[in-house]
Ligand binder design. Structure first.
Ligand SMILES: O=C(O)CCC(=O)C(=O)O
Ligand SMILES: [Fe+2]
Length: 178
């Protein structure tokens, strides 16, 4: 696109490290212990404690496929913010999506996982690099404050999690005139 390789690509992010424990369900059979969702941050790196699987990813909108990383392997998940960035940069051609995932457990064992979540500073404005926007390439999204997006997700959690659409598409779809 004739854009210097680093144009607009350097954004300051913070990260959160979280240890997650999922209690084994008490009933017979498997149970969804983390509801289907897309990550609302930029990039998630997960590692799970040895042997206890449970992470599943939605494929083709209707098929849950177990992800079974070997011990010591990481799972990397693109969040909705990364999806947006790649669309702006025209790097992904729509192929990279923020995969919907969930955690399903059987009664035998509790599960532990560890995640590093990178995310924009909450007060930062998420907007396309100026170099990529002109009359011929109007932005698909309007600039928005990351905190506002998080609040929107929280306030609409019941619909957001059931929706097939990514919440970022709903929240930030640009008016054509932006
Ligand atoms: O525990 C996991 O493997 C998944 C955690 C997750 O998807 C999340 O915290 O967003
Ligand atoms: Fe997640």
């Amino acid at each position: 696109m004739g854009v210097p390789y680093d144009a607009g690509a350097a954004v300051s992010e913070s990260s959160i490290f979280r240890v997650m424990k999922y209690d084994a369900p008490s009933a017979v059979g498997s149970a969804v212990v983390l509801v289907p969702h897309t990550d609302k941050n930029t990039l998630t790196v997960l590692v799970q404690q040895g042997g206890v699987q449970g992470l599943e990813v939605l494929v083709d909108g209707d098929r849950w496929v177990p992800l079974a990383p070997r011990d010591g392997y990481f799972v990397v998940i693109a969040g909705e913010i990364l999806k947006l960035w790649l669309e702006w940069q025209a790097w992904s051609n729509g192929r990279l999506t923020a995969a919907k995932h969930r955690v399903v457990l059987t009664p035998e064992k509790d599960r532990y996982s560890f995640g590093s979540f990178t995310l924009p500073e909450t007060s930062s404005v998420v907007k396309p690099p100026e170099e990529l926007v002109d009359e011929a390439h109007p932005p698909r999204y309007k600039p928005f404050e990351f905190l506002g997006y998080l609040r929107h997700v929280e306030a609409n959690a019941h619909t957001t999690y059931l929706s097939r659409e990514d919440s970022i598409d709903v929240y930030a779809t640009a008016a054509a005139s932006v």
